[in-house]
Structure formats: structure tokens, C-alpha cells
Design a protein around this ligand. Structure first.
Ligand code: ZN
Length: 223
């Protein structure tokens, strides 16, 4: 297991945080939404390096294992967003299962009916099977979806384990909605509309949009 996931993920450009202990004038981020932020995640980078993906999925299983004891309890893995499917697949393989994984089509606490994807998990859930929820990063939005996801799985006969495993918990929430968040990295990311951004008020510049972000050119990485 990596000794310092935060350092490793940051080195690879998967996560970035404003350094509150450093020079306050260092730049901060502009998100897709136009809001200013003291951090962001780029989980898609994880999947670009298969060896790193294997390593980090292994670490995720290790921390989950330490909580639930018998890892064989997990019969299926449900990813909470489409982009996490490759992680769910990798973890299922590592658990020695025929990969059985699925995703929900949920966003912002309601089922998106018009997206032509199933609103129920795209997996065959058998009665009593225990299911682990995973996501590449955990946000307040995903947190608000959990009661609906629980109810959908329970209607299907499955039991949802009381954990969500994630690489990065950016919500600041550790427990709630009958779940404990098991994260390799815990760090709340704050977001503000530009007029209310405390970092701008502190003479830091909003420096970069991650929309067309080039790792090598990113001024946030300049030392
Ligand atoms: Zn700002």
C-alpha cells in the first residue's frame, strides 16, 4: 500500500489543493462551473495507467477489508457514477469474482429518466447479496443520492454494505446516510461563486480552468 496516497495522487495530477500554509498569492482554480475552488480532482487520469490503477484498487480493497473483516461478503460492486465502472470492474476481478458490477444512473438526488440508461443498477441482484458502493471521488451530490440508491438495491433484494469506498473524499463528510466513507484521501474541497471567493480577496489569482487543462503547462504546478 502507498504510504502517502495524497502525495502520490497529487504527483500524478489526479488531485490538486491550494496550499493554505504557503504564499496566499499563489493561484487557485476555476472549475467547469465557473466557480472558484481550493482544489479539484481529475479521476480520469487514474485509468490511463493500468499498473497504477491496479495498485490503487488493491489499496481500496485493503482499507475496505480492514473494515468488513470477511472480504468475501462482497458479492457485487456498484459504482455510483459511470466513470467509476472501470474501477468497479478492476475491484471485482481482484476479489476473485466473475466481474459483476453495475452503475446507477442517478444525479443530484433524482433518477435521470431521459438518459437512456437504466435507473436501476445494471446488474442482476440476488436476494440477500451484499453490495459495496464505490466511486472514484465522493462529493456532497453523491452523498445526497445514497438513500435513493439504498432503496433501489433493497427493492431488488440486495443488502447494501454500510460503506462507500473511494479514492478521494472531497465532501468533508465522514459518516451519514447509514454509510461510512472509506477514502484513500480525505480533504474537503470548497467552491465559491467568484464574488464570494475568499482566495481572490486574499490576492490569489484564479489561474486555470480545468476544462482545457494541460498538466505540463498548468501554472498551479509551477513551484
Ligand atoms: Zn477566486
Amino acid at each position: 500500500m502507498h504510504l502517502d496516497h495524497k502525495e502520490e495522487l497529487a504527483k500524478r495530477g489526479i488531485i490538486w489543493f491550494y496550499d493554505y500554509s504557503g504564499d496566499p498569492k499563489k493561484p487557485h482554480a476555476i472549475l467547469h462551473s465557473g466557480r472558484h475552488s481550493d482544489g479539484f480532482t481529475r479521476p480520469e487520469i487514474i485509468t490511463k495507467d493500468p499498473d497504477f490503477l491496479n495498485e490503487i484498487c488493491n489499496d481500496l480493497i485493503t482499507i475496505t477489508w480492514s473494515k468488513i473483516g470477511n472480504i468475501k461478503r462482497i458479492k457485487k460492486i456498484l459504482s455510483l457514477d459511470l466513470r467509476s465502472n472501470i474501477i468497479a470492474y478492476n475491484m471485482a476481478l481482484r476479489l476473485g469474482q466473475i466481474p459483476q458490477y453495475g452503475n446507477t444512473c442517478l444525479h443530484g438526488g433524482y433518477v435521470i429518466e431521459e438518459c437512456n440508461l437504466p435507473s436501476r443498477p445494471s446488474m442482476d441482484i440476488r436476494t440477500g447479496e451484499e453490495i459495496l458502493l464505490i466511486t472514484n471521488f465522493f462529493s456532497e451530490t453523491i452523498f445526497s443520492d445514497i438513500p435513493l440508491i439504498d432503496s433501489i438495491i433493497m427493492e431488488s433484494g440486495g443488502n447494501v454494505l454500510p460503506y462507500v469506498a473511494t479514492f478521494m473524499n472531497q465532501s468533508g463528510i465522514r459518516t451519514g446516510n447509514n454509510k461510512e466513507i472509506l477514502a484513500l484521501v480525505n480533504r474537503k474541497i470548497s467552491k465559491w461563486v467568484p464574488d464570494e471567493c475568499p482566495l481572490c480577496k486574499n490576492n490569489s489569482s484564479p489561474a486555470v480552468s480545468i476544462k482545457n487543462w494541460d498538466f505540463s503547462d498548468c501554472p498551479l504546478y509551477l513551484k
